[in-house]
Design a protein around this ligand. Structure first.
Ligand SMILES: *Cc1c(COP(=O)(O)O)cnc(C)c1O
Length: 414
């Protein structure tokens, strides 16, 4: 018999989450989570909250898509729902330029695989009907690459990440949508790290039939709540005609609890699965904060503070290869090359939560989710510069701080 062990109560310290996500969640969101009363998932205010969330989500996404709601869980939960209509044998083109679009492509290969494809390589199936277009790490997926692949393959589905968080690169959403329209393809977009940061509206991209995001990056609702998703009427009609082998992540069935029935808004939701009043309250508050900040203003604030951080790390001798505005992905100066993981580990052990890249080549990622102030960016630069110098970089922290002062003096924070 094994002895029963009860561990001491778990305490988790407050850290500076300065990575690609999750980001620092607003105190208002945490208060909403903690102050919600106990209520079941069919209680009137919980159902009302879900319907209000649905309407706010349509504003955040910029869409009139009726099928716009949240999928309980993280980004991959929303993406699983997004990719649910891909059936074995379906033709798909997937663009990959980093870790996350790589996992998107794996998900798609699993769903489009036949039973034989799965038996041949169950963890990493390679169905011939899925074409993966690889773009090197550190580069964006561009118009020419998208157009050539869709013209050549004319698939049913095409899949791309809007912002590839693994390499910090923005992909060409306009070209993707246009090529999907031109070739009659249904585009599916992983917008996990762009929603809530980039200023874009779904309805400006008619070639994209489905979208998925996550709670804990731009939306800033780490009490893991809901992954926002949105589907065009075309996607829903295709799904209704062809079906999909999922109950829980079935976009039409899951939408019911959010008050979406028979393609229309209903006065109240009907049971699909249990929802938590705590999660609904937190998500509701996070969406309110996003809308109060304003999409254009929020995007401008991220661009402003990312530009400051970029100038400072360049002054420290780093080489920035990303173009997202929530994150810088950089190569360390030659003196520290090859020691990226050691530097990241040292910073993390001190509660400064930066990240390495998760796939080759090894680079450092520093994120600014909800760190939109001069003080917060200065703190990040001071911690990073000090850590570099402790490892012997001999970087000029004074020059980095001067670069920050200069940036903020000449372009005052909005
Ligand atoms: C973070 C991320 C994911 C995965 O999201 P989880 O919340 O970890 O499930 C998928 N795609 C992209 C582009 C991401 O940035």
């Amino acid at each position: 018999m094994t002895e029963m062990q009860i561990f001491p109560q778990l305490t988790i310290p407050e850290t500076l989450a300065a990575g690609p996500g999750p980001g620092n969640t607003d105190a208002r969101v945490l208060a909403s989570f903690a102050n919600a009363g106990l209520a079941d998932h069919m209680q009137a205010d919980v159902l009302r909250g879900m319907i209000e969330c649905k309407h706010m989500l349509r504003s955040v996404w910029g869409t009139r898509n009726v099928h716009t709601f949240g999928v309980a869980g993280t980004g991959w939960s929303g993406l699983d729902c997004l990719f649910s209509a891909i059936l074995p044998g379906d033709t798909v083109v997937a663009f990959v330029n980093g870790t996350f679009s790589g996992i998107d492509a794996l998900t798609v290969r699993m769903k489009a695989a036949t039973r034989e494809d799965l038996a041949a390589n169950s963890m990493d199936p390679k169905p011939a009907n899925v074409t993966v277009v690889n773009v090197p790490h550190g580069q964006s997926v561009t118009a020419d690459v998208i157009e050539a692949a869709l013209a050549a393959h004319k698939p049913t589905w095409a899949v791309m990440a809007h912002w590839e968080t693994g390499s910090g690169r923005i992909n060409d959403l306009r070209a993707f949508s246009d090529a999907c329209v031109k070739h009659g393809v249904m585009g599916l977009v992983d917008a996990v790290s762009s929603l809530g940061i980039a200023d874009f509206s779904i309805d400006d991209y008619p070639g994209v039939a489905g979208w998925a995001s996550c709670p804990q990056k731009g939306v800033l609702c780490l009490p893991l709540t809901y992954a926002p998703v949105s589907f065009s009427d075309r996607y829903i009609a295709h799904l209704r005609a062809n079906g999909c082998p999922s109950y829980v992540h079935h976009p039409i069935l899951e939408a019911r609890h959010w008050g979406i029935l028979d393609g229309k808004d209903a006065p109240a939701g009907t049971y699909h699965r249990t929802h938590s009043g705590y999660a609904v309250a937190a998500f509701h508050e996070a969406l309110r904060i996003n809308l109060q900040h304003g999409k254009a203003q929020k995007a401008a604030d991220y661009a402003h503070h990312e530009a400051a951080l970029r100038k400072a790390v360049i002054a420290l001798g780093c080489d920035v290869t990303s173009n997202m505005t929530s994150l810088v992905v950089l190569n360390l100066p030659p003196a520290l090359a090859g020691r990226e993981k050691d530097l990241v580990a040292m910073c993390r052990s001190r509660g400064f939560g930066i990240w390495p890249t998760l796939s080759e080549p090894v680079q450092v990622r520093i994120g600014i989710l909800n760190q939109l102030s001069v003080a917060a960016i200065t703190d990040i630069v001071e911690r990073f510069g000090a850590a570099m110098n402790e490892m012997g970089a001999g970087a000029d922290l004074g020059a980095a701080l001067a670069a920050l002062r200069d940036h903020y003096a000449t372009r005052a924070a909005a």
